[in-house]
Design a protein. Structure first.
Length: 401
């Protein structure tokens, strides 16, 4: 609800029900609600739980008079700001009016009431209150924007610090490698040095490629090269790229895919990239000799990819933010982690570009995580005619890698 949609309230106080109904009939307009009280005590109860743009008080009431009610209102923090117009049938006595203004009145209206004058005077307070609501809403919006900008600025600073560190390491490795080559060129060690330099260079290229992909997606400049593909083929390509890292960590990868091809209309490189990022995260956050699983299957015109691990897991308070850009899982004892925290954000963008989605199914500290990707299946008219594309076999479960 916006400030202009919110109902503005007037408090009408008179001991005669007929007078209250007459005031309401004269002042009725869109966006205005009336609370009617037949005594000062009832009016005070209303003010305990409501905020009013204006209070119209009858001066002469049995028990608590309008002047007495106004004095109590001015002494109370919640009601002291409410403008008061006295409605009186008494004489137009200056001393009486002074007493009313002293009690906190902004105006007097004499009975019998002239509707045009009453509407004109009260309309000013209606408009002022609405402007007050609009200003408050704008202030809250500006505060929210300010907090968002501050958070973005802090996030940017953290990202730049991480980026500088992540790039510095492979750059220093390349520099050291060049110096070592100068001393060992032509020896057996030179081949090992070049291998280490290539790995450092490859890591830098992956960082830059991920950054470029994020920038292209946010600017709407990334183009998918869609074609009819088998999901199994894209998964196989991804796992071939990830196999060295999985093997070096001593992880056991369990792969489950059907023999019958799962057909998609998608960018094969981007689908492989989704799998690479998910399996890469599982490898990164799973201690040595841990378990990683990848399952692909089809259900109700949707292709599913589930990647699980036995790793460190994600704290519950980070579940909602894990797909945010530059977001990384906080490790125990604030241990250093590699990467920029853009992998899952990139995966989410790529899934959405394909008309799909990704969710964190479950994750708990020291109990691993399970991510699920959902992608639309190719329509029947676009199915492949070559059913042997992925190969044949009798087992639904491939051996562990």
């Amino acid at each position: 609800m916006t400030a202009t949609d919110e109902q503005i309230k007037f408090l009408l106080v008179d001991d005669l029900e007929g007078n209250l109904l007459a005031l309401e009939a004269v002042l009725r307009r869109d966006g205005l609600t009336f609370h009617k009280a037949t005594s000062g005590e009832a009016a005070l109860e209303f003010m305990l739980v409501n905020d009013y743009a204006l209070a119209l008080l009858d001066v002469q009431m049995p028990g608590m008079s309008g002047f007495e009610l106004a004095e109590i209102m001015r002494a109370n923090e919640r009601s002291r700001h409410i403008p008061i117009i006295f409605v009186t049938a008494g004489t137009n006595d200056p001393e009486r009016q002074f007493k009313g203004y002293e009690a906190g009145a902004v105006d007097f209206i004499q009975k019998p009431i002239k509707p045009a004058i009453l509407k004109s005077k009260t309309g000013v307070f209606f408009d002022l209150y609405r402007q007050r609501l609009e200003i408050a809403a704008q202030r809250d919006e500006l505060d929210a924007m300010s907090r968002s900008l501050q958070a973005a600025d802090a996030q940017k600073n953290r990202f730049l610090a991480v980026l500088a560190h992540e790039l510095r390491n492979p750059i220093m490795a390349l520099i050291s490698g060049l110096r070592l080559l100068e001393r060992h060129d032509g020896t057996d060690m030179a081949s090992q040095i070049r291998g280490a330099m290539n790995r450092s260079l490859g890591y830098m290229i992956r960082l830059v490629d991920d950054l470029l992909d994020i920038a292209r997606i946010e600017q709407g400049k990334i183009l998918l090269q869609k074609e009819e593909i088998s999901l199994q083929n894209a998964v196989t390509v991804a796992l071939e790229m990830m196999k060295p890292g999985i093997d070096s960590a001593g992880h056991r990868l369990t792969l489950t895919m059907p023999n019958e091809p799962i057909r998609l209309v998608a960018d094969p490189a981007r689908i492989s990239q989704i799998v690479v990022n998910l399996v890469g995260n599982a490898t990164k956050y799973t201690p040595a000799e841990g378990e990683i699983s990848l399952e692909a299957f089809e259900r109700e015109n949707t292709a599913y990819i589930r990647v699980g691990d036995s790793g460190i897991g994600i704290p519950e308070d980070q579940h909602d933010s894990v797909f945010n850009i530059f977001q990384q899982v906080t490790l125990k004892d604030n241990a250093k982690q590699d990467g920029l925290g853009i992998g899952l954000a990139l995966v989410r963008h790529l899934c959405e570009l394909h008309g799909g989605a990704i969710d964190l199914v479950h994750s708990n500290p020291d109990q691993g995580s399970l991510f699920e990707v959902r992608l639309p299946i190719a329509q029947p008219a676009k199915l492949f005619s070559n059913s042997s594309e992925f190969g044949t076999g009798n087992a639904d479960r491939a051996p562990a890698i």
